[in-house]
Design a protein around this ligand. Structure first.
Ligand SMILES: O=P(O)(O)OC[C@H]1O[C@H](OP(=O)(O)OP(=O)(O)O)[C@H](O)[C@@H]1O
Ligand SMILES: O=c1cc[nH]c(=O)[nH]1
Ligand SMILES: [Mg+2]
Length: 219
């Protein structure tokens, strides 16, 4: 897997990530969602460097301009819930992409910290032979990305896979490296060192789904 780490170079993205992490600023849900969306746009711009381009003639009022344009058939798939604002950001740039939504949540069968990832809802076009952009702001253990990809296999085999995340833990990156094809790209804003005993990223930002949309009842 090829890892593209946005924070390797300083940019305005640092500010958006800082605001996502900040315990006070992150309470403003609209700003929280907007910052995820803005990072989706920035990561999409970076990702666009790896697309395939074909030259097209564009008629201007004064002549013909030759422009290289992305030729990929893109499907953006995001993981509910926290993937929604990231999806919006990616779709702002790849506005003619097809769209796919899949759910994944942590189910705790017992009272302890063990959990399994439940994937229950999938609405998707065929991804066969297409460029799949799979988006989720949080990459903790990596099990959501892996289980979701397993479920997406029924929709075909993509030509290439781009994973997009905002914050990832080293452990999650390692699992994706083992489980995804070698030519997969991971576009990620920040990489954190560890997970806590509940599988939350440290220092991370907390629960991204709740910060976007409010708490949910456990079931
Ligand atoms: O890498 P993993 O260990 O699988 O964890 C990451 C997952 O956890 C979060 O979702 P969550 O289960 O909190 O659902 P939510 O977005 O509905 O809150 C996040 O959006 C990822 O989907
Ligand atoms: O740190 C984490 C881990 C999983 N899900 C989140 O929202 N945050
Ligand atoms: Mg959550």
């Amino acid at each position: 897997m090829h890892v593209h780490h946005l924070l390797n170079n300083n940019s305005i993205a640092n500010k958006f990530i800082a605001q996502l992490r900040d315990t006070k600023i992150q309470q403003d849900r609209m700003r929280f969602r907007k910052n995820i969306e803005r990072l989706g746009e920035i990561l999409s711009y970076e990702l666009s460097n790896k697309l395939q381009y074909t030259t097209r003639d564009i008629t201007t009022p004064l002549g013909i301009a030759k422009v290289d344009l992305p030729a990929n058939e893109i499907v953006i798939c995001s993981i509910l819930r926290a993937g929604i604002p990231l999806h919006n950001g990616i779709l702002n740039y790849f506005d003619d992409a097809e769209n796919s939504f899949i759910s994944a949540y942590r189910h705790h069968p017992n009272e302890d910290e063990e959990f399994e990832i439940k994937v229950e809802y999938l609405a998707s076009p065929s991804i066969n032979g297409k460029t799949l952009i799979l988006a989720d702001p949080m990459l903790a253990t990596g099990r959501s990305f892996v289980n979701v990809m397993q479920a997406l296999k029924q929709m075909g085999t993509p030509k290439e896979i781009h994973l997009v995340a905002v914050i990832g833990a080293e452990e999650g990156l390692k699992l994706l490296d083992e489980e995804f094809p070698q030519n997969t790209h991971l576009w990620i804003a920040a990489i954190d060192p560890k997970l806590d005993h509940r599988g939350y990223i440290v220092p991370g930002l907390g629960d991204a789904g709740d910060l976007c949309f409010g708490t949910k009842k456990q079931h």
